[in-house]
Design a protein around this ligand. Structure first.
Ligand code: SF4
Ligand code: FES
Length: 251
């Protein structure tokens, strides 16, 4: 397969960027999207040109490191899945493909397609610790957790922290990410002692990082590779309202 790529090139955070066109030829349909970029980079290095900078690590949809907007869609056209799980057979032979970084004010561009998502780390950091014994593994049934709550906690814990939710949101909101992080502990008894403090701090830092608010467009849910449900945002709002109420009561 042959493709024309339009790739965002930007020397560093301060330089202006632009879309640059490259042709890639004889690509197997079974090549992954990131392998196709590797092939392009080998060609560029062979021509003594600067390779395209982009992020990846596990390349199997679990680490959340990859982050590309392809033809205007965060993680490309094959949902649910991270960009590292996308294959070139998903595109028409001869297609023109536009590749950009996630466009979110809170994710400044470092170089080309690489962005700085440490704002998400700061939200998690604000959540603090949980009060749980770190010694030997406890007896499995020593803290009973209702099956329904355990399932919801596991669903929320599937968030890989990629930031696609914020990239897809017209408001650049990270509420799906924050909701997943708040919820997976709020559903479990082990997460209850710091429950109020955690949600208040995480939402405060989320706002301070410059993320927008949720406007119920559901774009986040549509692109999320971990299929985190937007209903967790309602859980976040309930947790936040509850924490504010208890704080005012002085509890
Ligand atoms: S909620 Fe989904 S899209 Fe957002 S950071 Fe987590 S895995 Fe990525
Ligand atoms: S490289 Fe790990 S999720 Fe894509």
């Amino acid at each position: 397969m042959n493709f024309r790529l339009r790739i965002w090139r930007q020397r560093d955070a301060k330089s202006p960027g632009k879309l640059v066109e490259y042709d890639v030829r004889d690509i197997s349909p079974h090549t992954s999207f990131l392998e196709m970029l590797d092939i392009l980079n080998e060609t560029l290095v062979g021509r003594a040109e600067e390779p395209v900078a982009f992020d990846s690590d596990c390349r199997e949809g679990i680490c959340g490191t990859c982050s590309l907007t392809v033809n205007g869609e965060a993680h490309g056209p094959d949902h649910p899945g991270a960009i590292c799980e996308l294959y070139m057979r998903k595109f028409r032979d001869g297609a023109t493909i536009t590749i950009e970084p996630f466009r979110v004010g809170a994710f400044p561009i470092v170089k080309d397609l690489v962005i700085d998502r440490s704002s998400l780390d700061r939200i998690v950091q604000a959540g603090g610790f949980i009060t749980a014994r770190a010694g030997s593994a406890p007896e499995a049934n020593s803290i009973p957790v209702p099956k329904h709550d355990a399932d919801l906690a596991m669903e929320a814990a599937a968030c890989i922290g990629c930031g696609a939710c914020a990239a897809a949101c017209p408001n650049g909101s990270a509420m799906l990410f924050t909701a997943a992080k708040v919820s997976h502990l709020a559903f479990l008894p082990q997460g209850h002692p710091e429950r109020e403090r955690r949600v208040l701090n995480m939402v405060r830092v989320m706002d301070a990082q410059g993320f927008g608010n949720c406007a119920n467009t559901y774009e986040c849910e549509a692109v999320c590779p971990a299929q985190i449900s937007a209903s967790f945002i309602a859980k976040l709002n309930r947790e936040y309202a509850r924490a504010q109420f208890r704080q005012r009561l002085g509890e």
